[in-house]
Design a protein around this ligand. Structure first.
Ligand code: NIG
Ligand code: FE
Length: 411
């Protein structure tokens, strides 16, 4: 099946060769073709170019994109979409003055979500999660990473990972799975963190690896959660099974998590709200992608990741949602790029690069996703009639999406 999209006002993030990622000054450049066409065959991009040079194609479907912009779908490289229930009561507690930390210390937070998830059937959890997948596809996301980490027992962690696998099988969106049992310390291990890490490494990890339930391993490396030493132990164990690190670091405190990530060749280090100069230096000349989660900063009223410092140091940066019930109950990448522009001073070009090709890299998907290239997945957004691509982050709180195509099919 072939589809030809004609008269595209501007085709964004387009290239004859696929880049791995974009870094530093290069992030200010967004390659585009004005007055363009895009040809897709089945689930792949077959051709693109200027309308002036279009050949005669016999196709099954035509779409006229007059006055509309076309860009690759968003690549959301950090989410916790598989969760049960919500935490709006904690939201009200925070409005009334409690901090995220105080709520967690009182048995709320991640442990609260874990209790709910443990008591939710696999069918129900699947349905709750599938709703969120459908929601984010409509908002223009074509590839997403999902973490475990609200199970915290062998059964519940495996239940989460099996659901992630099922979602990947049942929906056209590409889904990558991450094993995050080291997300919080369950209360029964309160006095014995080592025993919980032993349990994760010896009892859960081998099953996750044998059943191919995750490609990545994550740890919440943070004061009061898992230390640098704990993180090293977990990443080392994961590596034995071929799991690649993608870790939560520097959300509230900088304790050396970035350094551990780099030492263990993490594909990404995520959050980075609190960055010391040495953390930025550490990331130079590495293959590790820094990932910022501005919706989390917005929701928790914590500092934003210093994007300018990171990009101006020549580094790449990716943007993701962190969709989860506690710190970011939103999977809207359109809001993420607006917030990155408004609060982190990223230009529209930088924000779009960060949310497409760099997000794809942070999931190991840069060869198939994140840009308009021949042979890549036919994943793209057709916008409403808008004056320029800068209008996408400018019109915050709205989205400018008319149609979303994933693997060549309109959603
Ligand atoms: O990425 N920081 C750790 N984990 C999640 C939030 C977890 C929660 O509050 O439920 C995050 O923000
Ligand atoms: Fe997270």
């Amino acid at each position: 099946m072939t589809t030809l999209i004609t008269n595209i006002k501007e085709l964004l993030q387009v290239g004859s060769i696929s880049k791995e990622m974009v870094c530093g000054k290069e992030m200010k450049i967004l390659p585009t073709i004005k007055n363009a066409f895009l040809l897709i065959e089945d689930d792949l991009i077959k051709d693109f170019g200027s309308m002036k040079s279009i050949s005669k194609f016999e196709v099954d479907n035509y779409v006229d994109a007059k006055d509309r912009i076309v860009l690759p779908t968003w690549c959301d490289s950090h989410t916790h979409i598989v969760y049960a229930g919500n935490r709006e009561r904690e939201f009200v507690d925070r409005i009334n003055g409690l901090t995220y930390e105080e709520i967690a210390n009182n048995g709320g937070g991640i442990l609260n979500s874990a209790k709910t998830l443990q008591n939710t059937s696999e069918e129900d959890l699947y349905l709750q999660s599938a709703k969120r997948i459908e929601e984010i596809m409509k908002l223009g996301t074509g590839a997403v990473e999902i973490k475990s980490g609200y199970g915290l027992t062998k059964d519940a962690e495996l239940k989460m990972l099996r659901i992630i696998k099922k979602l990947n099988e049942n929906y056209p969106i590409t889904i990558k799975a991450t094993f995050l049992a080291a997300h919080a310390l369950p209360s029964e291990f309160k006095k014995n963190k080592k025993a919980y890490i032993d349990y994760v490494i010896n009892e859960i990890l081998p099953i996750v690896a044998n059943e191919n339930l995750a490609e990545f391993i994550d740890v919440f490396c943070e004061t009061g959660y898992f230390s640098v030493q704990d993180t090293e132990r977990l990443l080392k164990a994961g590596k034995k099974y071929g799991l690649i690190p993608k870790i939560h670091v520097n959300q509230f405190t900088a304790i050396g998590g970035v350094q551990v990530g780099v030492n263990y060749n993490a594909l990404s280090v995520d959050h980075l709200e609190i960055m010391r100069d040495e953390d930025i230096k550490e990331l130079k000349n590495t293959k590790t992608m820094p990932v910022a989660l501005p919706s989390c900063s917005y929701f928790l009223s914590i500092p934003y990741t210093p994007a300018r410092k990171i990009i101006d140091a020549g580094l790449p940066l990716a943007l993701a949602t962190d969709y989860n019930p506690g710190s970011t109950p939103s999977g809207n990448m359109n809001f993420v790029i607006s917030t990155a522009s408004i609060k982190m001073k990223m230009t529209p070009e930088e924000a779009i690069n960060a949310a497409t090709i760099n997000g794809a890299y942070a999931m190991g998907l840069e060869k198939t996703h994140g840009s308009i290239c021949i042979g890549k997945k036919a994943n793209f957004i057709i916008t409403k009639e808008i004056p320029s691509f800068g209008f996408i982050p400018y019109s915050f709180g709205n989205h400018q999406i008319d149609k979303v195509f994933i693997e060549g099919k309109e959603i």
